[in-house]
Ligand binder design. Sequence first.
Ligand SMILES: [Zn+2]
Length: 118
Amino acid sequence: MRFRDDSMARFVRHSERGLGKAATLAEAQGVVFRCPCGGGHVLLVWFADKGVPIHAEPAPRWQVQGTGLNDLSLTPSICASCWHGWVSGGRTVELQPPEGHLDVGDARRLGDDHLRDA
Ligand SMILES: [Zn+2]
């Protein structure tokens, strides 16, 4: 699944009232993206070294590379109960054995209203 537009993925910032939007990777503290499992929800992951409060869940922080959604890559892989894979080069990649033993972080599942404009 490619992050071709903001109906698939959006950058976010942490807010005590919920998630705030971020227009660019430079402003972003995390990303939400449509879960590749097709279950109609999004996954939230927070970036490392971007000032995300320590209490913000999910607890893992992902190393981010790239310039925007089109070439975003995250490390380590991302685990949700419904899907396990990578974000690499601006798209999601299903995790294949034997990579399954690699370090993973647990993402948070949220409603897909985070990809809709209010
Ligand atoms: Zn899912």
